[in-house]
Design a protein around this ligand. Sequence first.
Ligand SMILES: Nc1ncnc2c1ncn2[C@@H]1O[C@H](COP(=O)(O)OP(=O)(O)OP(=O)(O)O)[C@@H](O)[C@H]1O
Ligand SMILES: [Mg+2]
Length: 278
Amino acid sequence: MKRWFRKRSPSVIPDSPSLAANSGPGPGDAQSEQAAAREAGHERPSWRAGKADPGSPILTVQRVERSFQVGGEKLTVLKSISMELFPQQLVMLRGRSGSGKTTLLNLIGGLDQPNRGEIVFRGHKFHEAGDEERTAVRRREIGFIFQSFALLPLLSAWENVELSLRMAGTPKDEWKPRVKHCLELVGLGKRMHHRPFELSGGEQQRVAIAKAIAHRPSLLLADEPTAELDSQMGAQVMAVFRDIIRSENVTICMTTHDPTIMEAADHVYEMVDGTFVS
Ligand SMILES: Nc1ncnc2c1ncn2[C@@H]1O[C@H](COP(=O)(O)OP(=O)(O)OP(=O)(O)O)[C@@H](O)[C@H]1O
Ligand SMILES: [Mg+2]
């Protein structure tokens, strides 16, 4: 498959025997997954099946403004923000604490709505859509990863990932191969039945990634996904991101403070006080 936006090949994480799982036959095989998706009525548009059109963004943000009323005063947190995300891109939002990164990520993911401007995600007008419509799109099409992993502590890695398939309404007979595939993809084939407290920080974050991609979103949003990790674990997470962009056909938009991981980005948007600076 032709690869766009690649700056360098993804590095392979050491305990990940199956990062190339899509290259051989088996339950995670790309063709059998597509066939299963067709049967289940979840077939992807043509660019998701390998004919990526880098000319069409999956998300456009135009002149977005977000303000809050605080103590009777209007606090404008985002000012005329415009951006685009393309298929299979790794985009980073960088900026000081309070510059508006999380606020913007929430808008892109349909968790919140702008006061002005337009946000269109794969034809869905998030600036106009009601809560129910945005929630439905989000459950099907978007995955979230948070700084603090957001795993359910009493559930094993396997059960945490399975939960996201349950939430997305994925048919039950697809759960087992998909959960296994996603955990192997992030290098956790040998830790599937551990609970979060039995995993390292980097491993927990990789479970969170598996959970976020299990329902095959086209967009993955990650808020400071490496902030609580040491540099080696952070590098592992970035290697997994690079790998899933290709193997799972996702676009990733993440926030970060860390200049060392920024070189992995296809594009960096620098935020200062709610606006982008070039
Ligand atoms: N619901 C809200 N009501 C009032 N002010 C808010 C609200 N949400 C965010 N803000 C303000 O908007 C500004 C930007 O917040 P945001 O969380 O987007 O920053 P950030 O760039 O993600 O910072 P950090 O790097 O610390 O996570 C902050 O000054 C914050 O206080
Ligand atoms: Mg933030």
